[in-house]
Ligand binder design. Structure first.
Ligand code: CTP
Length: 406
């Protein structure tokens, strides 16, 4: 017997980004989900009912008065494994936060007991308005995932925060939230900082010293944290991957830039995970113009100086209760070197990878041992970097002090 398809309600409210929800719908149906689209009445001004019906293969309605015999206003929410609203307008967030039930989508939101995700899209002023901030906070406090909008071009000529993230990345959020099921939002109310990629230390305007980190592990950590309900700051260095939906991505280049961005974000963070490969050294002097070949002569040697150790600094300056996680790449004496490094950098957890020519870098999978300052040791067999990311968050979540009672 084949298992039934996961049931998704795709709510669509009246924003121009409704057209991007078509792509999200396609990805959901093509990956084996049974999707019912529930647009608001005004959303149908942007994308019409036939488009949703044809792409989903299911009937489409905005009203509680269609097919009353089947009690759709209760049935859809009760039967869903996931309700995903994209785009969510300021108005829809307000109605959901206040428990209004004046159309099929808001009724569905009230009857759903499965995970619920909102992907807001609106103009920056509306997103930043105290009313919207309060509604988002209310929804998040109820365990709902509200995906941070992306920055960039908005409708018309303006740019700013408020864009609907890329549908492919929204699909990743849906996939992760579905996989974790009800009760999976154990990072709700937490701010986590993840560093990813590899720093580049400039030699001259065209050359740098870099490393082979792809950023895959850090990006997997950011994606999985968003799906578990965290507010995520992703400090990224030289990564050629799409920005994860819902994370605030801060681009950096060198170790010094990464240090500034990480320490600033760490001020309000409950956890910091340093997955980036930070260059230990940088050239002692930056050459303002391109170094030229000298006729017949040997090049000048490049002198290196030490970079600041961001992880060690985090370990020294952390505020009470903050959980600090480091990564270590070892080629030999993996566990002994890892334990020594964990103690030296005063981290709570150290994810130790064995690296070699074709191990770890740029590969979608990873194997590791996660050492805890409390003496614990968690073996993670070779598997997807996302699976390792989930285990890291399990261990981090277990170290958070519980929220004080209301
Ligand atoms: N790290 C850092 N700042 C640096 C160097 C490293 O924050 N200047 C962080 C990395 O993000 C990672 C951990 O420290 O979390 C790695 O420690 P590191 O001492 O660089 O170990 P390895 O890279 O394993 O190399 P080595 O043992 O040669 O020092």
């Amino acid at each position: 017997m084949t298992s039934p398809k996961p049931r998704v309600v795709l709510g669509v409210s009246a924003g121009i980004a409704a057209y991007k929800a078509c792509e999200l719908l396609r990805r959901l149906t093509e990956s084996g989900h049974d999707v019912t689209v529930v647009p608001t009445a005004d959303a149908l001004r942007f994308v019409g009912e036939p488009t949703w019906a044809a792409l989903s293969g299911n009937p489409v309605s905005s009203r509680v008065w269609d097919g009353v015999a089947e009690v759709p206003h209760v049935r859809l929410g009760q039967a869903a494994d996931l309700v995903f609203v994209a785009p969510a307008t300021a108005d829809l967030l307000a109605r959901a936060a206040n428990g209004l039930a004046d159309d099929l989508l808001t009724n569905t939101l009230l009857t759903a007991r499965c995970p619920v995700v909102f992907a807001p899209a609106m103009h920056t002023e509306m997103w930043e308005h105290p009313a919207t901030r309060a509604n988002v906070a209310t929804l998040r406090a109820r365990g709902v995932v509200v995906v941070e909008p992306a920055s960039g071009r908005l409708t018309g000529k303006d740019t700013g925060t408020g864009r609907l993230p890329d549908p492919a990345e929204l699909f990743e959020v849906a996939r992760h939230v579905l996989a974790r099921g009800t009760g999976g939002r154990d990072l709700a109310g937490r701010h986590v900082v993840v560093s990813a990629g590899g720093t580049r230390e400039a030699i001259d305007p065209v050359r740098f010293i870099g490393n082979r980190s792809s950023g895959l592990q850090g990006y997997a950590l950011a994606r999985t944290a968003v799906a578990r309900g965290a507010r995520v700051t992703l400090v990224s260095a030289n990564v050629a991957l799409p920005e994860p939906a819902g994370a605030r991505t801060v681009p950096t280049g060198s170790a010094e830039e990464m240090r500034r961005a990480v320490l600033e974000a760490a001020g309000t963070a409950d956890a910091v995970v340093m997955a980036a490969a930070v260059a230990d050294f940088r050239p002692s002097g930056y050459q303002g113009s391109k170094i030229k070949k000298t006729e017949g002569g040997e090049p000048e040697p490049i002198r290196l100086v030490k970079n600041p150790d961001i992880l060690a600094e985090l370990g020294e300056t952390r505020h009470p209760g903050q959980v600090i996680v480091g990564f270590a790449a070892e080629t030999e004496n993996v566990l002994d070197n890892g334990r020594a490094k964990l103690a030296r950098k005063r981290s709570d957890l150290l994810v130790v990878n064995q690296v070699g020519e074709d191990l770890t870098f740029g590969r979608p999978d990873n194997a590791a041992v996660i050492l805890g300052a409390d003496g614990s040791q968690t073996e993670v067999p070779r598997g997807a970097k996302e699976a390792l990311a989930e285990i890291v968050w399990d261990l981090v979540a277990a170290r958070f002090a519980p929220f004080p009672p209301d």
